[in-house]
Design a binder for this molecule. Structure first.
Ligand code: ZN
Length: 169
């Protein structure tokens, strides 16, 4: 039996602006959250999701690009190099894309789904997705990177999303 899918929190939801708490240990409960996040992300056609997006204020994120799946708890960037500017979308901002400059290559330490402390090196799209989801854990959103021109261009769309968020969709 499939569990009912959790709704993705949209821009305007207060959980998205909270600083997520680190987890002490990745237990069966966190593993279950990871699985739920992966399922929700796949259903929505995303490549990454952070726990606050399903209303859970914990430092957990998932990223899936091709057949590479990452389940990450308590991430900390230890090294970043390069720079790249690309348009990013977000499941909490349907139909919105904003150009964001980010380091191209990153190293980070974290706990994985088995509560092992690991180090991850990533570049390009995976590095970008991980950094995007890490922003969510700090309560930071793509709209915070918007230029004045972006803000004007996106105002209507953002207002609609906020309204939907208030109505709980
Ligand atoms: Zn996002």
């Amino acid at each position: 039996m499939k569990e009912t899918k959790s709704k993705i929190r949209l821009y305007g939801d207060t959980t998205l602006r909270k600083r997520a708490k680190p987890v002490k240990t990745v237990t069966a409960a966190e593993k279950k959250i990871f699985e739920k996040m992966l399922e929700t992300m796949r259903e929505e056609g995303g490549i990454g999701l952070a726990a606050p997006q399903i209303g859970i204020s914990k430092q957990l994120l998932v990223v899936e690009v091709g057949n590479e799946v990452f389940m990450i708890a308590n991430p900390k960037i230890t090294k970043m190099t390069g720079c790249d500017s690309l348009e990013e979308g977000c499941l909490s901002f349907p139909e919105v894309a904003i150009k964001i400059k980010r380091p191209k290559k990153i190293s980070l330490t974290c706990l994985n789904e088995n509560n092992c402390a690991i180090e991850i090196e990533a570049d390009d799209i995976i590095a970008r997705a991980i950094q995007h989801e890490m922003d969510h854990l700090k309560g930071k959103l793509i709209v915070d990177y918007a230029s004045l021109a972006d803000k004007i261009r996106l105002k209507k769309k953002l207002d609609v999303i906020k309204k939907k968020s208030k109505q709980g969709r």
